[in-house]
Ligand binder design. Sequence first.
Ligand SMILES: Nc1nc2c(ncn2[C@@H]2O[C@H](COP(=O)(O)OP(=O)(O)OP(=O)(O)O)[C@@H](O)[C@H]2O)c(=O)[nH]1
Ligand SMILES: [Mg+2]
Length: 295
Amino acid sequence: MNDEIGKSFIEAWKKKLQSRSGQPLVFFVVGRAGWGKSSTVNSLVGKIVSKVDDDELATTEVTDFYFTINGVKAKIFDTPGLCDGTGNESIYMREIRSKISKPDVMLYVTRLDETRITDNDLRGIKILSEALSIKIWENAVIVFTFANNVSAENYSTKLKKRTEVIKKAITDCIKDEQIVLDIPVIAIDNKNKITPDGKEWLGEFFTVVAERTSLESFITFLEMLTSSITQRTNLSKSQKEKIRKKFISAVFQNAAAGMGIGVLIAGLLVSPSIIGFAGGGILGTLIGAWLSKDE
Ligand SMILES: Nc1nc2c(ncn2[C@@H]2O[C@H](COP(=O)(O)OP(=O)(O)OP(=O)(O)O)[C@@H](O)[C@H]2O)c(=O)[nH]1
Ligand SMILES: [Mg+2]
């Protein structure tokens, strides 16, 4: 049987691995003090990498810190004070512009159990969009924390309303409806495995973040989090399918243009080189998780 697709996949992937060499994955986390930014990052990566505090800090500087998971280095940018109204606009602009390299993904963290949006939130959105360009929203996910503070009866209405409010604020600021329409929204609760609708949120959270992560960094993102996520939750068939598609696109990029993704998927799932991949290590883990046939 012809195994061209499988072989070229492995080859393209190995080339990608060599070219990336040590560049960290860049996460940018934005939101008000105490609204769960650090907890959200910890939930995503399955490890305490960011300090969770109950006290509010009053720094107004862009801070960054590094952590390593599964041999992959990541960098997180945090902007204390940005959405709290404590800082000076021009200082922020300068700080953000000079310190923040283009993030691979941005988490815009806000509480689900809040109702209004304040001038400080608007100001934060405006500063971000001006300092980093409105393109930053193309890699953004809106994360609603404290989901379980909302009752099961009110949950879906609340989620809908809160989404409208936040999206309207971003639209008013960046004046690009399509970009805002495309921003995925997820409700989570860092103190609970399930949200008030009774569903486990971690798999969906991972999937939406993965979908918004830049294509250049996507393989690195998977290398970092695949074993962690598959150990902590079961992804649904459709979540798995989304990751699989992006994984294949990230490996082949333009090389497989012209061949439909459906054809590639079908070929890869039955490819002897993929199925029998004996390299073990990270390649084996990713193939096992994303390129094995669903039961
Ligand atoms: N119930 C509940 N508590 C949360 C949730 N997320 C965070 N917390 C708690 O809220 C407090 C603040 O959380 P952090 O993750 O430190 O918030 P932060 O936005 O990083 O705060 P700063 O770093 O001070 O800006 C901690 O006591 C967390 O345990 C959540 O989803 N649900
Ligand atoms: Mg924090």
